[in-house]
Design a protein around this ligand. Sequence first.
Ligand code: AHR
Length: 507
Amino acid sequence: MSENHLKAKMVVDRTFKISDVNPRIYGSFIEHLGRAVYGGLYEPGHPTADEHGFRQDVINMVKELQVPIIRYPGGNMVSAYNWEDGVGPKEKRPKRLELAWRSLETNEVGTNEFVEWAKKVNAEVMMAVNLGTRGIDAARNLVEYCNHPAGSYWSDLRREHGYKDPHNIKVWCLGNEMDGPWQIGHKTAYEYGRLAAETAKAMKLVDPTIELVSCGSSNTAMPTFPQWEADTLEYTYEYADYISMHQYYGNTENDTANYLAKSMDMEDFIKTVISVCDYIKAKKRSKKTMYLSFDEWNVWFHSNEQDKKLEPWTVAPPLLEDVYNFEDALLVGSMLNTLLRHSDRVKMACMAQLVNVIAPIMTETGGGIWKQTIFYPYYYTSVYGRGTALNTVVESPKYDSKDFTDVPYLDQAVVYNEEKEELVIFATNRHLDNMLLVDIDIRSFEGFELVEHIVLEHNDPKAVNLLHDQQVKPHNNGESYFENDKLVAVLPKMSWNMIRLRKKSSN
Ligand code: AHR
């Protein structure tokens, strides 16, 4: 074993339950932005396009991720969107100036097409309504169009458009980032709270089975955070089932140690929002617990400068096309761990976004497809992180960075899948130079054996994946082993790991 290693300890016990993991925490997001829709999931002239113009190569790769829910159609875009523009005969759909991203929106893809596409990738739709330029009427009509079986104006219009059965969309976002001055129709907390509550009331009258997400702050740096949450929940608590959270990180100061600690900010954010929700719960003497929908999270900063140079009012400009590097994948892994550790309150989350726009999947318009570095932690956590999240007792060496103190080198989350009798450990080693040896006491998992130890590692934190040059890929040669009934996890320097154990079969 290398001389340069640090030691950590963990205790994992099947009785230390946090919560069942809601698979919806592995959701994602498609906005009408850049090449997410046009040139991403929809490209009729593409060699792999199906009869509806959807790229089959994209469908296949999205299916690999097992994304259970996808937020649509925005994002900032939804705040000036007329959903009626995107339904009915395609040749009659208007081209519109899309104000949020200053692009040209052809409306070739709209609600029905997206619902069709989501079915192909086995995902449910999380639909956002426009509370920027519109309000109660447009929102309740959209619920009627999508979810009412038949016999009313909007449901019959859907049937006329070729969709006999209702879409039955369960989850609806009451606007997007309404606290942000950049939002079209930006509102004060009072204005938003009242509008969201009245809209929610009308939407639930149309379909009482829907679940609603009230807008939380756009990020922790907003001057109105967390007062916005408290003020808006005063009005929406009764109607909403979730409050939204959004957060993006970047390594703008090029300080890897500090960057890798940024999931600690995400953790504080979650704790604060939980506190505010519970304060309002107490204030209202409510029996209802508000859940969190972390429906935009990711790394986003690489493309900021290049985006400023793009010409406005074009169709599908290459906006927000961050090329992710290896250290971004490490942070994404830790962000996923953070969601898992809070799975008792975070019941939905969306990696923002899914294709081409700050995305794990990239395409060339008319050409190929590839996996960005961040694809891998998302893939493994989504596919194997299903079951019950377990609390762990951890002793890890720590470091201080520019913005954080006591950052554990070991960042982890553990999921036990009772049905498959599998125990899965997700672990990031934040140390830039040293390997971490973690003694893991898995005392209540007697008779479990190692199935695989997947490692994502690279010497260069800035290594990237391009269409024809995939530098960052996981391997299955992790060196974890058992010693006296204890699992020793061997985490290479700067690495993301998944260690999967399974109960030995009795034969
Ligand atoms: O995901 C990109 C943008 O980030 C979304 O449109 C907006 O909601 C957020 O600010």
